[in-house]
Design a protein around this ligand. Structure first.
Ligand code: G3H
Ligand code: 13P
Ligand code: ZN
Length: 349
């Protein structure tokens, strides 16, 4: 089966009441880890590449590696997603390459750190939706801005400066027709999200619930959702790393989000920690080794373990084959006929 639409994976997740992890990749081992975890847990898979990943790997390599995964494991439903597209052109080039889903992050200007105005965000997202839907491709937008700048996508600060306004979220969904909506509830990218276990003063789950009440049929997306587990921090530090004590988003908060409309959960940092810990361990314990396979294999296994755990925790495990995949051509027809129109004013159920 060819690559599938992310919209279909999220629609099915909404019907089943579960979430789908979206895991970032930059190389072959990370793609294999995600697909391996999807096979292990019988899950659908969202594989996403940032602009940095596309540039690091030369995106055609990533595309063909994902196609290879698809050819070897046709039973796994894979959506290929552009993470944090910063312009219409970035999204267009991803679609031309064969991505089945794009994020137009119009919450920020093309520099990835200066907040856009609401009108600018609506305009660029609406234009991307028009282009993408004509080609059967899914679009995720973002309203409100994440904090931090660790990974080059965020307005700095604590994450509380540009929280999503629920009324604006409704207007944004109505005027853009996005398939999925990322919201800002206090998270940020990278390892240093919170200086202690987050409570409601810094991680605004109440706001998420309020947005879901106003937009019950919109698929919500949580960015910056790595949990930064202490065990992974400890492994990195035990073998020579220097991570400062830090907290991520607890899995139980993500699960609360999933009960309240969250369908896509973005995870990158946890994979990075798992990989780095495994590589450091090999280097520290067997300094005589120099074959990359000796450390990349454990790194791949560590990431697969992490991804499989998240797939189970998000509830997508077991849902890999319980519905028939639609072609991108069928999605294109669905958008053209209006059957896939997401505008809140049209929502019936
Ligand atoms: O959005 C942040 C992701 O972790 C991707 O990070 O831009 O360093 O590839 P990156
Ligand atoms: P983390 O840095 O928390 O893994 O977030 C990843 C992300 O949001 C990618 O878009
Ligand atoms: Zn993100």
């Amino acid at each position: 089966m060819p690559l599938v639409s992310m919209r279909q994976l999220l629609d099915e997740a909404a019907k089943g009441g579960y979430g789908v992890g979206a895991f970032n990749v930059n190389n072959m081992e990370q793609i294999q880890a995600i697909v391996g975890a999807a096979i292990e847990t019988n899950s659908p898979a969202i594989i996403q590449a940032s602009r940095g990943a596309r540039s690091y790997a030369e995106d055609r390599y990533l595309y063909h590696l994902i196609l290879a995964a698809n050819e070897l494991h046709p039973e796994v439903m894979i959506a290929m997603h552009q993470d944090h597209g910063n312009s219409f052109e970035t999204c267009k080039s991803a679609i031309e390459l064969g991505f089945t889903s794009v994020m137009m992050d119009g919450s920020l200007k093309t520099d990835g750190k200066t907040p856009n105005t609401f009108e600018e965000n609506v305009e660029i997202t609406r234009r991307t939706v028009e282009y993408a839907h004509d080609r059967g491709v899914t679009v995720e937008g973002e309203i409100g801005v994440l904090g931090g700048v660790e990974d080059g996508h965020g307005a700095g600060g604590t994450g509380l400066e540009h929280l999503t306004d629920p009324d604006q979220a409704v207007e944004f969904a109505e005027r853009t027709g996005v398939d999925a909506l990322a919201i800002a509830i206090g998270t940020s990218h990278g390892a240093y999200k919170f200086s202690k276990k987050p409570d409601g003063s810094v991680l605004k789950m109440d706001l998420l619930i309020a947005i879901h009440k106003q937009l019950p049929h919109t698929h919500l997306v949580m960015h910056g959702s790595s949990s930064v587990p202490k065990e992974l921090q400890d492994i990195v530090n035990k073998y020579g790393g220097h991570l400062k004590e830090t907290w991520g988003v607890p899995v139980e908060e993500i699960q609360l989000g999933i009960k309240n409309g969250v369908r896509k959960i973005n995870v990158d940092t946890d994979s990075r920690l798992a990989i780095t810990g495994a590589i450091r361990k090999v280097f520290a314990e067997t300094p005589d080794k120099f074959d990359p396979r000796d450390y990349l294999k454990p790194a791949r296994e560590a990431m697969q373990k992490l991804v499989a755990e998240r797939m189970r925790e998000f509830g997508q495990a077991g849902h890999g084959a319980d519905y028939k995949p639609l072609s991108i051509e069928a999605m294109k027809e669905g958008y053209a006929s209006g059957a896939l129109d997401t505008r809140p004013s049209l929502a019936t159920k």
